[in-house]
Design a protein around this ligand. Structure first.
Ligand code: MN3
Length: 231
C-alpha cells in the first residue's frame, strides 16, 4: 500500500503565494484521491507490492488508470517537497547553481524557460526541471499526470528535481484564470536545498545505473527516489 505523505508544513505556510484553502484541498482531497485510486488500480495485479520505479518501467503495459494515478501520487509527493515557506532556500547554490548556469546561461534564463514551459502546457499537466543521463539539466512539460521517469512515448525524459503543477486545482482559488501570476509567484516558494539534494540523488542514480549496466549489460537499474519521502 502506498501512503499519502503528510504535508511537510502547515496549510498556510505557502501564503501569500498559495492560499491555505488551496493547499488543504490539493493535499487532503486531490493528492489523497490519487493515492487511494493508485492503490485501487494496482490491487490484485502483478504491480501490487512493486516499487514506484518498477511500476514506472512497465507502465505502458497497464490501463490508463494506473498511469494517471501512479503519476498523480508520485508527482504530488515531489511537488510538496520542493516547495516551502518563502526564504528557506531562495536560490540555487553550489553544484546545482553551476549546473543551471552551464545548461541555461544564467538563473534568470532558467526562470524564463521554466515559466515558459509552465505557460506553454495546454490544459492540465506539469513543467519539469530534469537531469539527463549526461548530467545536463533540461526543462520540459508533460500532460495530465505523466512523469519523466515513466516508460511511455514522449520527449520529456530525465530524473525530476523540480516541478510545477499547472492543473487549475493547484491555483484556481487564488488566481482564477491567471496562471502566469501563479507561475511567477512559484519562484518565491521553491526550496532550493531540496532541489539540490535531488540533483545529487540524480547524479548518484545515473552513476549507479551506468555501473550496473556495465556489470550486467542492460539489465540493471539504479535507485530512483521518484518523489518518495526524502531524508
Ligand atoms: Mn495537483
Amino acid at each position: 500500500m502506498f501512503e499519502l505523505p503528510p504535508l511537510p508544513y502547515t496549510y498556510d505556510a505557502l501564503e501569500p503565494y498559495i492560499d491555505a484553502r488551496t493547499v488543504e484541498i490539493h493535499h487532503d482531497k486531490h493528492h489523497a484521491a490519487y493515492t487511494a485510486n493508485f492503490n485501487a488500480a494496482i490491487k490484485d495485479t502483478p504491480l501490487q507490492g512493486k516499487t514506484v520505479e518498477e511500476i514506472f518501467e512497465v507502465i505502458d503495459q497497464y490501463p490508463a488508470s494506473v498511469r494517471n494515478n501512479a503519476g498523480g501520487y508520485v508527482n504530488h509527493n515531489l511537488y510538496w517537497q520542493v516547495i516551502g515557506p518563502k526564504g528557506v532556500a531562495p536560490k540555487p547554490m553550489g553544484m546545482l547553481a553551476d549546473a543551471i548556469n552551464d545548461s541555461f546561461g544564467s538563473f534568470e534564463a532558467f526562470k524564463e524557460k521554466f515559466a515558459a514551459a509552465a505557460m506553454g502546457r495546454f490544459g492540465s499537466g506539469w513543467a519539469w526541471l530534469v537531469v539527463e543521463a549526461d548530467g545536463k539539466l533540461a526543462i520540459c512539460s508533460t500532460a495530465n499526470q505523466d512523469n519523466p521517469m515513466m516508460h511511455i512515448d514522449g520527449t520529456c525524459k530525465g530524473y525530476p528535481i523540480l516541478l510545477i503543477d499547472v492543473w487549475e486545482h493547484a491555483y484556481y482559488l487564488g488566481y482564477q484564470n491567471k496562471r502566469a501570476d501563479y507561475v511567477s509567484n512559484f519562484f518565491n516558494i521553491i526550496n532550493w536545498n531540496m532541489v539540490e539534494s535531488l540533483y545529487a540523488d540524480a547524479l548518484m542514480y545515473y552513476a549507479t545505473k551506468k555501473q550496473s549496466n556495465t556489470q550486467h549489460k542492460d539489465d540493471g537499474h539504479g535507485g530512483c527516489s521518484c518523489g518518495h519521502s526524502h531524508h
